[in-house]
Design a binder for this molecule. Structure first.
Ligand SMILES: O=c1[nH]cnc2c1ncn2[C@H]1C[C@H](O)[C@@H](CO)O1
Ligand SMILES: [Zn+2]
Length: 364
């Protein structure tokens, strides 16, 4: 008797364990939560107070073709995330929503400075988010869905607070903050502007990723890796600019692309977000197809679930449809992500051997 392998559908994909490394807390709120919090904190600039309309508004406004206008939508989410209560709620719901999608390990990032505009200290922000993640993990476990949340703290490229935020990240490293990142507009703000912060992190053996190779090309990726010491690349899709395809179908890797592949530097690929910001023309034409074929260390991520109306499962489903991926490919992306996480090696191995592999094996 041969085993029956279930077809890949959104539901069946939701049932297998998944790992998420690139997801922004302020890009993943439920539209109803944005509306309720706006009322509670007296934020009166929302473009709509109708749940469905607001959800559409975020997706349409983010569908802008440029990173700069895509980022403007965050004014409304950050606008309602200025109290401890709001942060606890948003973080708890984030963990619940990811667990409901079948995510077993997530690293969720945010910039504490963006939630400190109405007087909260950076410490109060971080503590509130950690409280929320722990609450969400508990609620998910009560529903039979186990998820572990890790936190990445971002500094915004256009501000000058990277050193301060890096210090907060190191201070909370034993309380669930597993790493650091820089986010925001890429063009005009090279990662080397924050060299002191990266040096501080390396001195403290702390982990960091850098948004690079999204709205700007190879120079940004090269600086992030070779000057700053990034362990992973947020997006990194523009690494394809260093690939040359020959008429016979073979592909030649430039020096930087070869370095990224050979050193197994993880690419935090966010397909739908890339289409919205213009970093890719469509899912079907997304460089992830070629990068996967060339066996770069590709991981699949959501970036901003509210702005893209996506989940990890829906990103997997879209890729499966565009590139014909099967369960073995989804397991490969998932193990790639787990190997690339910023938690301890023994914990990553435990999740791979005792959660991810058995989860995919159970399909057959
Ligand atoms: O894809 C992105 N590239 C650069 N910056 C981004 C992206 N998605 C979100 N951000 C910004 C907007 C958020 O306010 C900030 C921290 O989560 O990070
Ligand atoms: Zn991002």
């Amino acid at each position: 008797m041969s085993a029956v392998i279930p077809p890949l559908t959104l539901d069946s994909i939701r049932s297998v364990p998944k790992v998420l490394l690139h997801d922004h807390l302020d890009g993943g709120l439920r539209p109803e939560t944005v509306i309720e919090l706006a009322e509670a904190v007296g934020y009166d600039a929302l473009p709509s107070t109708d749940v469905e309309e607001l959800g559409h508004w975020f997706r349409d406004a983010a569908d802008s073709g440029s990173l700069e206008s895509y980022l403007e939508t965050f004014a409304h989410t950050c606008g309602v995330m200025q109290t401890e209560e709001a942060l606890v709620r948003v973080a708890a719901e984030c963990a619940e929503d990811l667990a409901a999608d079948g995510v077993v390990y997530a690293e969720v990032r945010y910039a504490p400075e963006l939630f400190a505009e109405r007087g909260l200290s950076l410490d109060a922000v971080v503590q509130a988010v950690q409280t929320g993640f722990a609450e969400g993990e508990r609620r998910a476990a009560d529903q039979g869905k186990n998820i572990r949340m890790g936190t990445l703290l971002c500094a915004m490229r256009q501000h000058a607070r990277a050193q301060e935020i890096a210090e907060v990240a190191v201070r909370y490293r034993d309380a669930g903050v597993v790493g650091f990142d820089i986010a925001g507009p890429e063009a005009g703000f090279p990662p080397t502007r924050n060299l002191d912060a990266f040096e501080y992190l390396r001195t403290n053996n702390a982990h960091f990723t850098i948004h690079a190779g999204e709205a700007f090309g190879l120079a940004s990726i090269w600086e992030a890796i070779q000057h700053c010491g990034a362990e992973r690349l947020g997006h990194g899709v523009r690494i394809v600019d260093d690939l040359k395809s020959a008429p016979d179908g073979s592909v030649e890797l430039g020096r930087l692309a070869a370095y990224v592949r050979d050193r197994r530097i993880p690419l935090e690929i966010c397909p739908s977000s890339n289409v919205q910001t213009g970093a890719a023309t469509s899912i079907a034409d997304h460089p992830i197809g070629l990068l996967t074929q060339l066996r770069f260390r590709v991981t699949v991520n959501t970036d901003n679930r509210l702005m893209s109306g996506c989940t990890v499962s829906s990103e997997f489903a879209a890729l499966a449809e565009a590139f014909g991926y099967g369960w073995a490919d989804l397991q490969w992306f998932t193990i790639n992500a787990m190997k690339s996480a910023f938690i301890d090696f023994d914990q990553r191995l435990d999740l791979i051997n005792n959660v991810i592999k058995p989860g995919y094996a159970a399909l057959v």
